[in-house]
Write a protein of this length. Structure first.
Lengths: 116, 110
């Protein structure tokens, strides 16, 4: 597609339920990021995928959070047993690093998750 | 380090004035830097980038300055307009993931 696509755009879920958030990166981009952004706050890094390398999971806040990237393209962020503090906007970004380093990351519009 | 749950500092400027948003980066090995603009309800959008072999780069109404000695990055916006009101993030990178700063909210007053 033309840009990074995230779905759903909004998700309301009951506390304790599991949710899956989807990210379709820009075609050909080997790097994919997930961030979380609470209202009025900065970007909280969650996880980073780059090609076939082991993902950098250092930002995942608890073992209730996990992410996969199948076939080097689409990624799914799963939150199990959701809690109210998980309410936030979840942003996905992708980039295409070049031989000498990073390039800009392109962001999706985010998924607004509300846990009630 | 990573940006985690920080309340954003705010820079208030008058319409027409120049704005300077500052960022201190953490890794002296970083060689690529980006500024993003995030408007309310949207994802961050790329503004301008700079590599470490440069100390200044200009775009349309924006200039990025890089001081590697003190690990400092700044974004200058000329003749600030109401449409510039947003949150601005810097990011640093090398061969690994991009790392984002905490962000600064720019409020433009008429």
């Amino acid at each position: 597609g033309a840009g990074v696509s995230q779905s759903p755009s909004n998700k309301v879920t009951e506390k304790g339920k599991d949710v899956e958030l989807r990210c379709d990166p820009i075609s050909g981009h080997t790097a994919l990021y997930w961030y979380r952004q609470s209202l009025g706050q900065g970007l909280e890094f969650l996880i980073y995928f780059q090609g076939n390398s082991a993902p950098d999971k250092s930002g995942l806040p608890s073992d209730r959070f996990s992410a996969e990237r199948t076939g080097g393209s689409v990624s799914t962020l799963t939150i199990q047993r959701t809690q109210q503090e998980d309410s936030a906007v979840y942003l996905c970004a992708s980039s295409s690093p070049i031989a000498w380093g990073n390039t800009e990351a392109f962001f999706g519009q985010g998924t607004r998750l509300t846990v009630v | 380090g990573e940006s985690v749950g920080l309340h954003l500092p705010t820079l208030s400027v008058q319409e027409g004035d120049n704005s300077i948003i500052n960022c201190a980066y953490s890794n002296s090995a970083s060689d690529y830097f980006i500024w993003y603009k995030q408007e309310s309800g949207k994802g961050p959008q790329f503004i301008i980038d700079i590599r470490s072999n440069m100390d200044k780069r200009q775009g349309q109404r924006v200039t990025v300055l890089l001081n590697k000695t003190v690990k400092h990055l700044s974004l200058q916006i000329a003749a600030t307009q109401p449409g510039d009101s947003a949150v601005y993030f810097c990011a640093e990178g090398g061969y690994n993931k991009l790392i984002f700063g905490a962000g600064t909210r720019l409020a433009v007053h008429p």
